[in-house]
Ligand binder design. Sequence first.
Ligand code: MTE
Ligand code: HPA
Ligand code: MOS
Length: 774
Amino acid sequence: MKDNTTVQGAVHQDLKHDSAIKQVQGRAEYTDDIAEPAGTLHAYLGASNVAHAKIRGMDLSRVRSAPGVVDVLTADDIPGVNDVSPTGKHDEPVFPTEKVEFHGQPLFAVIAETRDAARRAAELAEMDYDILPHALDPVSAHEAGMPLVTDPLKLERGDVDGAFGGVAHRIQAQMTVGGQDHMYLEGHIAFAIPGEDDDVIVHCSTQHPSEAQHMVAHVLGVPSNAVVVNVRRMGGGFGGKESQMNLFCAVAALGAKKLGRAVKIRPDRDQDMTATGKRHDFVIDYDLGFDDEGRIQAVEGQFAARCGWTSDLSGPVTDRALFHADNAYYYPNVRLTSRPQKTNTVSNTAFRGFGGPQGVIAAERMIEEIAYALGKDPLEVRKANFYGEAGDGRTLTPYHQEVEDNVIGRIVEELEDSADYQARRKAILDENAKGGIIRRGIALTPVKFGISFTATWYNQAGALIHVYNDGSIHLNHGGTEMGQGLNTKVAQVVAEAFQVDFDRIKITKTTTEKVPNTSATAASSGSDLNGMAALDAAEQIKERLVTFAAESRGVSEDAVSFAPNRVVIGDESVAFDAFIKEAYMARVHLSAAGFYKTPKIHWDRAAGKGRPFYYYAYGASCSEVAIDTLTGEYRVERTDILHDVGKSLNPILDKGQVEGAFIQGMGWLTTEELWWDDKGALRTHAPSTYKIPLASDRPRIFNTNLADWSENREMTIKRSKAVGEPPFMLGISVFEALSMAVASVADYRECPRLDAPATPERVLMAVERLKASQ
Ligand code: MTE
Ligand code: HPA
Ligand code: MOS
């Protein structure tokens, strides 16, 4: 191998995603590309066409006799537990037995010789229902007396009621924030291959292989050691595959074990969108008190979420909404409550930001309220309310964690400068004052995002490294690759540790056989957790190598070091491969399992107090938009971003994450609208009706920079910070800029109170409303 003076592809270097070339050439393998064994069968879900009903009877005879059908699976075929609830609440049957609780709910699975035959047969069930009343949104469900899916959370600090008594200004209002479909390119898929005894192997597209393994085991009624779950890569997950894959894995495994043949299940896009959960939409009631300078004095917020028919991850999602309802702002007196509302809709789930964005946007709405009430630039109000520095009495969050690493002031100041915010805002105000049809808006919004799973036990990871006797390295860890570049980053950490080139390290599929009891690759924690676990494994092997080197040459261990692709032992320098061969011959153990758990964190949910987050990631974006006041159409003229990823493991990948997250966040708040009809059917279930941003919707000018001076003050992997989710909330600057453009038609005297998504229709209606109120 090479004998370089530097390591190619160590940490802090720009390195392309390890699969990038394979992906553009179509050579990267996804679950559906795995060669199918002879006799592979295909499953398809039969779904309900009512939103809420008692099941009186289910006649599947026409399904069973349809051409190509081999079997039909119902709840009766489940040998173990009929449940795939990720939190152990036992509220999510694979197939229902008594009630249908949403339109599109899976009722049974057809297994046929071809996918097409299964799909056609799935339409042929004859259902006998007693129709029950349904409620689709959190407000009507609450009014109808429907229960919550899980316990609500309350966060409180200060004397809220007392403070409201003395505020100079008070505003009470409501905001509706829409949900979002994940729109991963590769949809859900599971492919189960039966083995001897109870064994089954499931290849699938999940962010959480261990959970899928445990669910399959429960459903089959076998121990977890009989089930192997494998994930080479996903074509995107975005949170949509954190728990929602469980059902597909269970169905494929059930079929495979019952029939003794491989079974694959892959819903089409329409079924993927109707049968699997999305981002939670929220209805937020806020009560806000502030002084004449625009400083917040008191906040009360109620966050009602459309959770759907089961709890799924709605507890931690609504918790995270509250954890982020302060965004970057200090609230002296605050009370926040969640209402995880059951509704007759698909069970909503994780989606990039995990409830955080819905909290942050409420904070930003309150800032706007203050700015319009006092006639100030919203940026001035933002700055007046930022968290402070240690010792100034403005660092305590509503959940009683101290903000110790605040860099939002510097981020915003630098971005304000580089984006030329003040001059551009002035020019826009002057231009709008001329009263044209096209109005512009500009907004600079901050993000502070807490890093760690709020379920503290999730903050652990494992890794397994083998060094083969030819010097090649096999790397495995518990994280999954969904396009974010996790495998590339973890391999960089290992390359750095051994001082070998990146291409010496083989990146392998995630499998429950190699690293057990892993957490979901979620909460942006993939490289923080798995990077550390891999480093631990590498350090163990290095230690043994150092001991061997010192003993074999009779030098002290201090005289042994790892140089690029070589090992230096005293005066001697040996090529890495040759040294590994030597170590092997001397019977040195060249394999290690690494482990990591995040320090310092704890959380007492009942008390609403603790340190749920190891640290915060920060960022800010500045967007300028132009709207057409006659049609409501708009475009993003320019966006500037400055984002904090600490000391980046891989700046070019991190920049990609920041840009992608911004666009996805912008889509959530602008064009992506979920719409249910009065029967409870989701009518936006394909790209024809559900509009994600296109390449042509990106900002005309798009400048993204990382805060290269930032370094995590906590001992994270190479002092980096998580990047996956925080920049999603940078998209809020587009929403706030739209708001300013709308406000111009009423001379900025009224807060436009745009609901999200601000589709062109909503923008137009807001323009009309503000014009009429003049
Ligand atoms: N980037 C790509 N390309 N595809 C994805 O599915 N998911 C996001 C983010 N970036 C996602 C992505 C979400 S929701 C999370 S939590 C993180 O990646 C997870 O990966 P990480 O922890 O390794 O950053
Ligand atoms: N973030 C993302 N996924 C999760 C979390 C979280 O905080 N908790 C459980 N799953
Ligand atoms: Mo990301 S929503 O935590 O998978």
